[in-house]
Ligand binder design. Structure first.
Ligand code: FES
Length: 186
């Protein structure tokens, strides 16, 4: 995934800080990766390369650990996170169809993030409200008995929210400019 402006520098600085804390010790690869993920919210490819170089171990070894344990996420979390429950009750109630609906609408696969980093899609195990299956956790809110049409509704809600905040920003910038101009005229 393409990095945002200034993100490469942040990654480099955070990895350096973590390496300083743990020391250049290949035996501490897992805690190093865990710390980097805590600081950055995910494990970028650039961070893994930097770690491999610092610890003088093959890149493939670092990738191997990063991809083996599912505690590590290789994509940045989206601004909004959709967690589709795939526990037994939700799976039986159509969780897979719900996951596919999100994948189709967002044009990403499970575990991925949209290129604008607005949304990420994850699979989770039982979230403890099986009576409401199939369940999706949208940010921190539980959505119950979700149907594919509800997936459209959730996404439409975010789209409208985004448009409204863009409009508000434009209005604020317009009002500021007008105030500036009025100030100059006086
Ligand atoms: S299986 Fe989804 S909430 Fe329990």
């Amino acid at each position: 995934m393409a990095l945002l402006e200034g993100e490469a520098e942040i990654i480099q600085a955070e990895v350096e800080a973590v390496l300083q804390k743990h020391g250049v010790d290949s035996g501490k690869l897992i805690p190093i990766l865990q710390d980097v993920q805590t600081r950055l919210g995910y494990l970028p490819q650039e961070a893994m390369l930097q770690i491999a170089e610092a610890l003088k171990i093959p890149e493939v070894e670092v990738y191997g650990v990063g991809t083996f344990y599912n505690q590590f996420r290789l994509n940045p979390p989206g601004k909004h996170r959709f967690k589709v429950c795939m526990g037994t009750a939700c799976h039986m109630a159509g969780g897979k169809i719900i996951m596919e609906s999100f994948e189709r609408r967002l044009e990403i696969k499970e575990g991925e993030t949209t290129p604008d980093r607005e949304f990420s899609l994850e699979r989770v195990a039982c979230v403890g409200c099986c009576a409401l299956a199939p369940v999706v956790v949208v940010d921190e809110e539980v959505e119950a008995k979700v149907r594919p049409t509800r997936v459209d509704g959730i996404l439409l809600g975010f789209e409208m929210q985004k448009k409204a905040s863009e409009k508000q920003k434009r209005q604020e910038t317009g009002a500021e400019k007008q105030q500036e101009e009025e100030g100059r005229e006086q």
